[in-house]
Design a protein around this ligand. Structure first.
Ligand code: SF4
Length: 636
């Protein structure tokens, strides 16, 4: 069938190191680049170029630290064994736990760098066993922006394709650093296009250097800042009246909510010069549509900034036309796909609600299972419940023990489980507590599909072999599923899983691998009435004067749970460092709501005063604890 044919093997696969989804292949054997990757032209990298990260995409292949054999715990030690024994032991542990404490005592944690098929199988196994506690950490990165996009346009995903960025006229980069995090997509509009680039971020970074304008609103005031820009556009009559009339609802209430937004007052509240507010409005008015690139920086205010950005797009008629719209610049290569296929505690595949009768009927038909309507725990809640309501866990490529602050607490939680089975490519803090560790393959060693940051489903081709006895999670999950629930996990090939996904998820039903799932919004949005609904603007800026505002950069890419750390420093403005009596390289503790991390300081002019900047991987414990502002002090 078509779904099968389109995945015919080539020697190219998808870069595993970020969500842009460039195509690459192993460099030729006699090439000076041997052991590295060569670019292959694909939708995201039509010129066949890779970034420096992508060139090293095979670094994990042949790495001697890789896990190469299954391990089981005997007398407190993890010891090697064969696959059959390890799988039997893993299945017995999880089954005994479910028998003793009920199926919802099991947690299933997937990973944003595993394939669509692997994440699909994990949530199918969870739900078939009776647990909706299935999640992946993509939700920690872009959940608010994704929710704003779903509410406004219909899908929790980008409206704008990476392949359109070269055609963009004005690119507004908000809370992201694509120059480092998604370099090939960045080059598409910086070098490949002719766009006016505006960077809005409390920290000047590599992206700022290529921008025409850098604006740094006071943390907590970004939504107000964009509302002030929208008010300027409306005052000048620069909005797209026909788009507003034909494609949106709620405009009058929205316009009214902006009546009191005054550029001068907004400038004072946001600490952006009023001329800069007006200048941005003029640039937008003059542009042929707006392309917004948003990163983790828009997550801090429960989605208010993302909603304000959606308002700007609706006002300017920027959705449903090439080169304009909203691109959610996700970090890890399959963040979009892991959630699309249902690896969430509150959604079935295709972003369907658990109690959606049509979705339940499709699942019942294909799986022969009645899924519970009760949402499960998310990853953070599940970890906190380890040893209490959660007694067993199957963890695929994830490292919930990444918390750097309270290693003892995390170790206690993991040890309190009756059964912990971990699939990973490296030993991690989590595998150290597992009863069974099953060695996995990295992305370039797998077949299947991944979905990039613009909803494009792309085929993975295994272009390298996993080391030793390691194997793709697809195979391991099929074997575990068969042992745990019998029928429904006897697939020969990931293509069969993808075809099943198409049967249960309407958004995937017609997708051709290589293309984007869902509508293109040219004529209507995927909302119930086909229109995008303006909402009255929230114009109260919440500025937290206590402590420093925590600003979190995007996650690093990486193959395995152990390989996702980036710069692990705290970045502070010189004035804030001075005020705290701190100097470069000082050891510091960063305390947030109920959690803290230890790191070292770097002092940087480009960081806005009042901001504490950390990479997402480092800030993880603080983000998980819902921290907005932090206290910093010297570690003694
Ligand atoms: Fe890989 Fe991302 Fe670089 Fe493309 S931009 S080569 S997907 S790391």
């Amino acid at each position: 069938n078509e779904a099968t044919e389109r995945q015919e093997a080539t020697d190219a696969t998808v870069c595993p190191l970020c969500a842009v989804g460039c195509h690459l292949a192993p460099a030729d054997e006699d090439d000076a680049m041997r052991g590295r990757a060569r670019g292959v032209a694909g939708p995201a990298n039509p010129n066949g170029r890779l970034c420096a990260k992508g060139i090293n995409a095979f670094e994990s292949v042949g790495d001697e630290d890789r896990l190469t054999e299954p391990l089981v715990r005997e007398d407190g030690e993890l010891v090697p064994t064969d696959w059959a024994s390890a799988l039997d032991r893993a299945a017995a542990g999880l089954r005994d736990t479910a028998d003793a404490h009920g199926p919802d005592s099991l947690a299933f944690l997937g990973a944003p760098h595993c394939s669509n098929e692997e994440n699909y199988l994990l949530q199918k196994l969870a739900r078939t066993m009776g647990s909706n506690t299935v999640d992946n950490r993509a939700r920690l990165c872009h959940d608010n922006a994704a929710a704003a996009l779903a509410e406004r346009f219909g899908y929790p995903a980008s409206t704008l394709g990476v392949d359109e960025l070269a055609e963009s006229d004005l690119v507004l980069v908000v809370g992201a650093n694509p120059a480092v995090q998604q370099p090939v997509a960045f080059n598409a509009f910086v070098r490949g296009g002719d766009a006016d680039v505006v960077h809005v971020d409390p920290r000047a970074n590599e992206t700022t250097r290529a921008a025409d304008v850098h604006l740094a609103p006071r943390p907590g005031t970004d939504a107000l800042f964009f509302h002030a820009v929208a008010a300027e556009l409306l005052d000048a009559g620069s909005h797209d009246e026909s788009f507003v009339a034909e494609r949106t609802t709620g405009f009058e209430a929205y316009r009214e909510s902006l009546a009191d937004v005054d550029a001068v007052q907004a400038a004072a509240a946001t600490d952006v010069p009023v001329d800069d507010v007006r200048d941005l409005a003029e640039r937008i008015a003059a542009a042929d549509g707006v392309a917004i690139i948003a990163g983790t920086g828009v997550e801090a205010d429960d989605g208010a900034t993302a909603r304000a950005l959606c308002d700007l797009l609706c006002l300017t008629g920027s959705v449903g036309r090439r080169g304009a719209g909203f691109a959610l610049f996700r970090g890890l290569n399959n963040e979009q796909g892991a959630t699309d296929v249902g690896c969430r505690p509150d959604e079935l595949p295709g972003h369907a609600d658990l109690d959606d009768p049509a979705a339940r009927a499709r699942i019942a038909d294909v799986w022969d299972v009645e899924v519970s309507e009760e949402p499960g725990l998310n990853e953070k809640e599940a970890l906190a419940a380890f040893g209490e309501s959660i007694r067993g866990a199957l963890v695929v490529g994830e490292n919930p023990a990444i918390s750097k602050r309270d290693a003892d607490w995390t170790a206690e939680r993991l040890d309190a489980l009756d059964s912990l089975v971990v699939l990973d490519v490296y030993e991690t803090e989590t595998t150290a507590h597992a009863d069974v560790v099953l060695p996995a393959a990295v992305g370039v060693e797998k077949s299947g599909t991944v979905t990039n940051l613009d909803r494009r489903v792309q085929a993975l081709t295994a272009v390298a072999d996993p080391p030793g006895d390691a194997r793709p999670d697809f195979e391991t999950l099929c074997d575990l599923g068969t042992r745990l629930v019998g029928d429904g996990f006897d697939y020969d090939d990931p293509r069969e899983v993808f075809d099943e996904l198409r049967a249960v998820s309407p958004v995937h039903a017609d997708v051709t691998v290589g293309e984007r799932w869902g509508d293109d919004y040219r004529d209507r949005f995927a909302t119930p009435d086909g229109r995008a609904a303006f909402e009255p603007a929230e114009t109260d800026a919440e500025v937290d004067d206590e402590g420093l505002a925590l600003v979190v950069g995007s996650r690093a890419g990486g193959f395995g749970a152990a390989d996702t750390t980036a710069d692990d420093l705290l970045h502070l403005n010189p004035a804030d460092a001075d005020a705290l009596g701190l100097v470069e390289s000082d050891a510091v503790v960063v305390r947030g709501d109920g959690d803290s991390i230890e790191t070292s300081l770097t002092v940087e002019d480009g960081v806005r005063e009042g901001v504490a900047y950390l990479h997402a991987d480092v800030a993880d414990p603080l983000v998980r604890a819902g921290t907005a502002s932090v206290e910093v002090e010297k570690r003694t």
